[in-house]
Design a protein around this ligand. Structure first.
Ligand SMILES: NC(=O)c1ccc[n+]([C@@H]2O[C@H](COP(=O)([O-])OP(=O)(O)OC[C@H]3O[C@@H](n4cnc5c(N)ncnc54)[C@H](OP(=O)(O)O)[C@@H]3O)[C@@H](O)[C@H]2O)c1
Length: 263
């Protein structure tokens, strides 16, 4: 590294939670590598981060393409960028009935939400372990805690992220590398437009008001710094995540189906 500021890679830094996580990291003394498809949005963010004292490198990456994680890590190596903090945030959802769901969309979700996240972690964690220093944040969702009819693939992909993060976190105890899984509930970002979730019962419920991405990032980053294994943002979301452990599975699935249904 060319200076002493730790370096953080944030995927999905072109909008929403990822952009706000990059702001949190910059405010806390990190330089940034921003990766996603929309370069112009990340360039604007990089300029903003300069005002917070951080330098930011923008790398275009389409993580839905097989091999994209390895290509990104190759790009980091060729620029001699050593990552101290990995934030796996890129992700997308899809509101659809499984039997009619677009196959390309399914493949994109699996690649971005699970494959690229796993490969980036597998490729960057060994260096952190060797240096006995590092932090890894995996962005899952409250969707991880139960199956989600009408968003079956998305919810299953987030269950994978939660399971992976908890297991890796356990394996890496005492290594100097902390793993935190961030589980936001409904958050005001571009996610709902991309995933076509507008109009879902969940979003109309008075007890499930959507949080701002800035608040989700604030809570997620604080948990990462404390080395917490799992953080659910928002009191109601925490209660719901706890409750599903004690209710019969069939009841939980019916409740999720209702919450995720559209009028
Ligand atoms: N908003 C919610 O209600 C909510 C709730 C729970 C969890 N989450 C999770 O939070 C994370 C961030 O989502 P968000 O809410 O901030 O939504 P968002 O504003 O839509 O941001 C999604 C980010 O993922 C990136 N991304 C999507 N496809 C990509 C691809 N093929 N290659 C590289 N990057 C890609 C996007 O960048 P480009 O389009 O520029 O590539 C964008 O920066 C996701 O993992 C999401 O599942 C969101």
């Amino acid at each position: 590294m060319s200076n002493s500021r730790p370096l953080a890679l944030v995927t999905g830094a072109s909008s929403g939670i990822g952009a706000d996580l990059a702001r949190e990291l910059a405010r806390d003394g990190h330089d940034l590598v921003l990766a996603a498809r929309r370069v112009a949005a990340m360039q604007t963010l990089a300029d903003e981060l300069k005002g917070l004292g951080a330098s930011a490198t923008v790398i275009a990456a389409d993580l839905s393409k097989p091999g994209a994680a390895a290509a990104l890590v190759g790009e980091l190596a060729s620029r001699k960028l050593v990552i101290d903090v990995l934030v796996n945030n890129s992700g997308l959802g899809d509101h659809a009935e499984f039997v009619a769901e677009d196959m390309t969309r399914i493949s994109e979700m699996l690649q971005v939400n699970m494959v690229a996240l796993t490969e980036l972690t597998r490729l960057l964690a060994p260096g952190m372990v060797q240096r006995r220093r590092g932090r890894i944040l995996l962005v899952a969702s409250t969707a991880a805690f139960q199956p989600g009819p009408h968003m079956a693939v998305y919810c299953a992909s987030k269950s994978y992220v939660l399971s992976l993060g908890e297991a890796i976190g356990h394996e890496l105890r005492g290594s100097g590398v902390d793993v935190t899984v961030l589980c936001p509930g409904a958050t005001l970002t571009e996610f709902s437009k991309v995933a076509s979730t507008e109009g879902m019962a969940l979003h109309r419920s008075p007890i499930a008001s959507r949080m701002s991405s800035a608040e989700v990032a604030r809570q997620g980053y604080a948990a990462l710094k404390r080395g917490r294994r799992v953080i659910v943002t928002g009191a109601m979301n925490s209660v719901a995540a706890l409750l599903v452990r004690f209710l019969p599975r069939a009841t939980v699935i019916s409740m999720a189906a209702t919450a995720l249904s559209k009028a």
